[in-house]
Design a protein around this ligand. Structure first.
Ligand SMILES: NC(=O)c1ccc[n+]([C@@H]2O[C@H](COP(=O)([O-])OP(=O)(O)OC[C@H]3O[C@@H](n4cnc5c(N)ncnc54)[C@H](O)[C@@H]3O)[C@@H](O)[C@H]2O)c1
Length: 256
């Protein structure tokens, strides 16, 4: 699907991988709505990206605010692309604490609510808009890119909730592509390795350096622009569907 001139929504667009993707979409000629939390720096991000970008405060688990972001995108033209980057890290938690008490349930459920239920919500609401597009662009009514993580495949000890949420995103990718095929809407997922974003910026420098050194090649953290590149390539390539693509410098996470 050509990107020049399309209308797109990027959730989590105020920061990190989402912001880099919004920047690339704008550079390729798309009009982009950044959908991110009210307290995020979304307005500043949109201002920096120029007149082709705007910010709508939205929580991906909240249908009303997400629909407001989709309405704003449709004012730019028929919605053709969703890049869903909104998400949170997991709380480091063992299944059993040292004293043999079970890990906390509420935190597990909250990570799933934001990362997995939020993904389904963004997917279903965006797909509803795309399905109403009368015209196809290069054979598509629309295309969606979701964000999992390599933790979906090699989750580390303490990452049960995050891994479950991201494995869920990977799991719905093929079924969503099959489900939405009759509407000519493609769905693919990127499973990033370790990227240099504010989410990782919260880690200590020596831990970041250790993570970078653990990547086989190239021996560094991923650049958000590299994620953005893949996201727009996926949108552009009409034959890519139902696939989760690891973007990770061939890293396989160790148990801890
Ligand atoms: N950075 C990495 O190394 C890495 C690796 C694997 C997967 N990921 C995934 O990539 C995605 C983006 O991560 P990032 O590194 O850019 O993080 P980030 O913290 O820089 O950006 C995440 C954005 O999502 C927004 N967000 C959080 N909850 C939201 C909600 N309920 N509704 C709307 N917006 C919400 C945040 O406000 C933030 O702007 C996440 O899903 C993350 O799990 C990141």
């Amino acid at each position: 699907m050509r990107i020049d001139g399309i209308s797109a929504v990027v959730t989590g667009g105020a920061s990190g991988l989402g912001l880099a993707t919004a920047r690339r979409l704008v550079s390729l000629g798309a009009k982009v709505v950044l959908a991110d939390l009210k307290g995020s720096p979304g307005a500043e991000a949109a201002a920096e990206l120029g007149s082709s970008a705007s910010f709508v405060p939205a929580d991906v688990t909240d249908t009303e605010s997400l629909n407001a972001a989709l309405d704003a995108a449709e004012r730019n033209g028929p919605l053709r692309a969703l890049v869903h980057c909104a998400g949170r890290g997991g709380d480091r938690m063992r299944i059993l604490n040292r004293d043999r008490t079970p890990g906390e349930l509420d935190s597990f459920a909250e990570v799933l609510r934001i990362n997995l239920v939020g993904t389904y919500n963004a997917l279903r609401l965006a797909a509803a808009r795309m399905a109403a597009n009368d015209e196809l662009v290069d054979g598509d009514r629309g295309a969606c890119v979701l964000t999992a993580s390599v933790a979906a495949f090699d989750g580390q000890i303490g990452q049960t909730s995050y891994t479950a949420s991201k494995a869920g995103v990977h799991g719905i990718t093929l079924v969503a592509a099959r489900d939405l095929a009759s509407w000519q809407i493609r769905v693919n997922t990127i499973a990033p390795g370790i990227f240099d974003t504010p989410m990782l910026g919260r880690l200590r420098e020596d831990i970041r350096e250790g993570l970078a050194a653990s990547v086989p090649h190239p021996k560094r953290l991923g650049d958000p622009a590299e994620f953005a590149h893949l996201a727009t390539d996926i949108l552009a390539n009409p034959y890519l569907n139902g696939q989760t693509i690891r973007l990770d410098g061939s890293i396989r996470m160790a148990p801890r």
